[in-house]
Design a protein around this ligand. Structure first.
Ligand SMILES: Cc1cc2nc3c(=O)[nH]c(=O)nc-3n(C[C@H](O)[C@H](O)[C@H](O)COP(=O)(O)OP(=O)(O)OC[C@H]3O[C@@H](n4cnc5c(N)ncnc54)[C@H](O)[C@@H]3O)c2cc1C
Ligand code: FES
Length: 248
């Protein structure tokens, strides 16, 4: 991992809540693997303290694509950055990565959690594997990354809780339609991951977890999650874990 100064090429809203930032950061773009993330310094001062974690959703040429939702002060400041400005990045981070074995892969992304799976989808497709994305959100407004799926030519199913786009319901429903020959990878709100785990469908399933992170590289212990082998750091041993292994 390295600390580098990236140049913002683009930073634009895709919907009221979701932004896409394209950052030229070749040092990280060349190294990043599916499942890894970066810590961004969202301001020069101490407001807010610390960096913020974001999945590298895609790499095009030497540029990183980062999809982010407006949550608090940090992401608000991020959304103010303009093309041509610099941003400090730290990464790529995370050692626990996805299991690429098997020929059929179901990728379940809840809201902006989809950003944790998109690079995986590309990697699997490059390896000639079958990839199907399932992307869900509360309303159509929460499906701001559909354009990426479309542009990249992936097969996908959409779900919204209110039925404003795609199928009406929760994406957890989709799991019932696929037998255990499919490997499942999921990223999204904790409630969604808990529901998937509780379905006990017997799928070989992997979760990319989020946690509040201060350092991002294993030092502060702020991000730990309970596992069958004791506490593990989401930023270091994760962010990807076998579903059976984690309790949250
Ligand atoms: C490995 C990893 C990858 C991530 N990838 C993405 C991504 O690709 N796109 C994206 O939009 N977000 C992603 N996140 C979440 C992102 O880091 C937070 O949304 C961001 O740090 C919020 O910063 P803020 O200053 O705007 O909000 P803050 O002011 O820090 O927080 C505002 C509110 O959000 C809650 N919150 C903040 N961060 C988290 C978190 N990580 N988990 C749960 N609750 C949180 C806080 O408790 C608080 O209530 C990722 C997080 C991790 C750990
Ligand atoms: S964020 Fe510091 S140990 Fe994980």
């Amino acid at each position: 991992m390295i600390e580098t100064l990236g140049i913002v090429l683009e930073n634009k809203p895709l919907s009221k809540r979701l932004y896409l930032m394209v950052v030229d950061a070749p040092d990280i773009g060349e190294k990043v693997k599916a499942g890894q993330f970066v810590m961004l310094k969202v301001s020069e001062g101490l407001d807010p303290m610390g960096r913020r974690a974001f999945a590298v959703a895609d790499v095009r040429d030497s540029s990183l694509l980062i999809f982010y939702e407006l949550v608090g002060r940090g992401t608000f400041l991020l959304s103010r950055l303009k093309g041509g400005e610099g941003i400090s990045l730290f990464g790529p981070l995370g050692k626990g990565l996805f299991n690429l074995e098997g020929n059929k892969h179901l990728l379940l992304g809840g809201g902006v959690g989809l950003a944790g799976l998109t690079l995986l989808g590309k990697k699997l497709r490059d390896e000639g594997k079958k990839v199907l994305f399932v992307y869900g959100g509360r309303t159509e407004e929460h499906l701001g990354m559909e354009g990426w799926l479309w542009e990249e030519g992936f097969e996908y199913i959409l779900y919204t809780e209110d039925g404003s786009k795609g199928r009406k319901g929760l994406i957890t429903e989709a799991l019932k339609e696929f037998d255990n020959s499919w490997k499942v990878h999921a990223c999204g709100p904790k409630g969604m991951l808990r529901a998937l785990k509780s379905m006990k469908t017997g799928h070989d399933m992997y979760f990319s977890l989020e946690s509040r992170m201060a350092c991002g590289w294993g030092v502060c212990l702020g991000c730990v999650v309970k596992t069958t082998e004791g506490y593990k750091r989401v930023c270091y041993e994760g962010p990807v874990f076998r579903a059976e292994e984690v309790f949250f």
